[in-house]
Design a protein around this ligand. Structure first.
Ligand SMILES: *[C@@H]1O[C@H](CO)[C@@H](O)[C@H](O)[C@H]1NC(C)=O
Ligand SMILES: *[C@@H]1O[C@H](CO)[C@@H](O)[C@H](O)[C@H]1NC(C)=O
Ligand SMILES: *[C@@H]1O[C@H](CO)[C@@H](O)[C@H](O)[C@H]1NC(C)=O
Length: 546
């Protein structure tokens, strides 16, 4: 976990090792695409294997294949698996067995756990246990990004961990090249997609050397910090690289703590505008320049008690939907064998509970799920794109009319095609109906009276996520789209926290983001209401893990 660091990153999509139905990926403008030129949206979760034990987390809790199947059943198509460089360059480390590695750290419970859940791995060398994790993901059709997270095994990152920069104690460029080559070779016959982060800009002949070593590799590249990177990219003629426009992807990280306590202290609308604006300047601009961009680490405390994280997450999810980013959530693991000297530490950012038996927070999963498939990009059939009205606090979308013109939120896959017209109406495409405000505390409705002020919606506040309308007459005035106490009925209420209010202000329930989409519109069925697909997935997941 490193806040706001852009770093060099290599994908090795090795020819001759074909995932079922998928072959080498390449890039086309800002999209990652398959052989047919159709978009492959990377919806990844980070799985740590870079800590002191140098074993993918969780193998003391669940059988490896059941973890892979869970990942897939939760809707992810990819894992960013983190590894320490020394696993590839230090043979005496790589040949330690899992048991020996845990014994060194006095992790006796973990040994017992691996013996029970993954008996075939307990006496396997670390490097084989790592290969087994990649193989299991590949078997389950999950793409793998190998992320070289640190040199020396351990929690990442601080400025003084000696792993940050060329010439640092644990960052020897020669060793790095050796590690790169070793890992590429190791996985050249593995049916999975391999990536390696280089965490620094490559210079001169080395860059081409990497490409020459594996001309089939899809290369993802960038510099160090965002600001460094920006100037580096503006100076650099990346297009001179022979592989640039078919191979390169950039990555960035975005956490709440990247901005200290700004989210907890400030007006959330203003903080969201400022912070998201910064992300656009430091990383998002690459999309406009036609480069793919992977938000390779983001995430939040899933207990919902961390105000800073809570507000950040709604803002970040809205941006990720709007930009239709490729992404990798931090993180899968519900707990660690050992982290920073303490055994069994819980990961409150983890998708899984600390015993790896269930998911930590179903609402959180619902919010992420909305972003797992592409909104736009080559291969999506629907044209022209329409708009959806995404509610990041729930991960739901505004659906059209159900009973008696009332409007509710539901799964984004069930959305109608909305159109935010030049007149400001939110119209249901190909109909004469539009969304209409009735007044504070009242349900929003679908109506064919689309002419008046109550049918015009403007995206207001600094975040531009309040959808405001004017209700005429006594007791009228400006109202904002909101969600009722049942969590699904669309209502309007006085607009909250447009300015000021600081730490006490909670506008997220009124945050909606209009997002362009070309996803096929699902056929409506009367059973659709209350049919929570994500919950079925959660159940399937829990069955698998038991
Ligand atoms: C290689 O790994 C072993 C086992 O962890 C360790 O004792 C040794 O110091 C490492 N060597 C180097 C050069 O880091
Ligand atoms: C892995 O990360 C370490 C730590 O920053 C770095 O020294 C090394 O060069 C990286 N290696 C690869 C193959 O990316
Ligand atoms: C899940 O997250 C929500 C906030 O998104 C929070 O209100 C809720 O309490 C969390 N549930 C659990 C079980 O932590």
């Amino acid at each position: 976990m490193r806040p706001f660091i852009l770093h060099v990153f290599f994908f090795f999509f090795l020819h001759g090792c074909v995932l079922q139905g998928a072959a080498a990926l390449s890039t086309s403008s800002r999209w990652i695409v398959d052989d047919d030129g159709s978009r492959v949206k990377m919806a990844c979760v980070n799985w740590a294997a870079h800590l002191e034990g140098v074993v993918a987390e969780g193998l003391s809790r669940r059988p490896l294949d059941s973890i892979s199947k869970k990942i897939s059943s939760l809707g992810f198509n990819c894992v960013r698996l983190t590894w320490p460089l020394f696993l590839a360059t230090n043979d005496s480390l790589a040949s330690l067995t899992v048991r020996e590695s845990f014994l060194r750290l006095a992790l006796h419970d973990s040994i017992v756990g691996v013996e029970a859940n993954n008996p075939e791995l307990i006496d396997a060398p670390l490097i084989q246990a790592f290969q087994a994790a990649v193989a299991s993901l590949g078997r389950n059709n999950i793409m793998v990004i190998l992320d070289n997270h640190t040199s020396k095994p351990g929690w990442c990152c601080s400025a003084s961990d000696g792993s940050g920069f060329f010439g640092d104690l644990y960052f020897d460029p020669e060793e790095w090249l050796r590690g790169l080559a070793r890992m590429a070779t190791l996985f050249s016959t593995t049916p999975a997609v391999v990536a390696m982060s280089l965490r620094n800009e490559l210079r001169g002949p080395r860059q081409n050397a990497v490409h020459a070593a594996n001309p089939n590799a899809l290369v993802i590249l960038s510099g160090l910090s965002f600001s460094t990177d920006l100037s580096f990219l503006r100076r650099r003629q990346l297009d001179d690289l022979p592989f640039a426009r078919r191979k390169l992807v950039f990555e960035f990280h975005w956490y709440a703590f990247s901005d200290g306590q700004a989210w907890a202290r400030g007006n959330p609308n203003q903080v969201c505008a400022t912070v998201a604006g910064g992300v656009m300047r430091r990383a998002g601009f690459l999309l406009e320049q036609g480069w793919p961009l992977l938000m390779s680490e983001f995430g939040a405390d899933q207990r919902g008690t961390n105000v800073n994280d809570r507000r950040y997450l709604s803002c970040a999810l809205a941006a990720a939907a709007h930009l239709d980013l490729d992404w990798a959530l931090w993180a899968l693991q519900g707990s660690y064998y050992i982290r920073e000297g303490t055994a069994g530490v819980e990961e409150v950012y983890g998708l899984l509970s600390s015993d790896w038996c269930s998911i930590r927070n179903a609402t959180f999963l619902q919010r992420i799920s909305a972003l797992q498939s592409p909104f736009l990009g080559p291969g999506l059939p629907s044209s022209p794109p329409y708009q959806i009205i995404f509610h990041p606090a729930s991960g739901l979308c505004l659906l059209g009319s159900s009973r008696a013109g009332s409007v509710r939120l539901g799964r984004c896959t069930e959305t109608e095609a909305w159109s935010h017209t030049a007149e400001g109406t939110l119209a249901l495409r190909d109909t004469s109906s539009c969304l209409r405000a009735e007044g504070a505390g009242k349900q929003a409705r679908i109506s064919t009276q689309c002419g008046g002020a109550a049918s015009r919606w403007a995206a207001i506040s600094d975040s531009k996520m309040h959808l405001a309308s004017q209700v005429p007459g006594d007791g009228g005035g400006t109202v904002c789209l909101d969600v009722g106490a049942d969590g699904t009925t669309a209502i309007t209420n006085p607009c909250e926290c447009l300015t000021g209010g600081g730490g006490a202000c909670e506008p997220e329930r009124q945050w909606f983001r209009i997002v362009s989409s070309a996803r096929p519109i699902a056929a409506k069925s009367s059973a659709a209401a209350g049919d929570w697909g994500y919950l079925k997935r959660v159940e399937a997941f829990d069955v698998l893990s038991s």
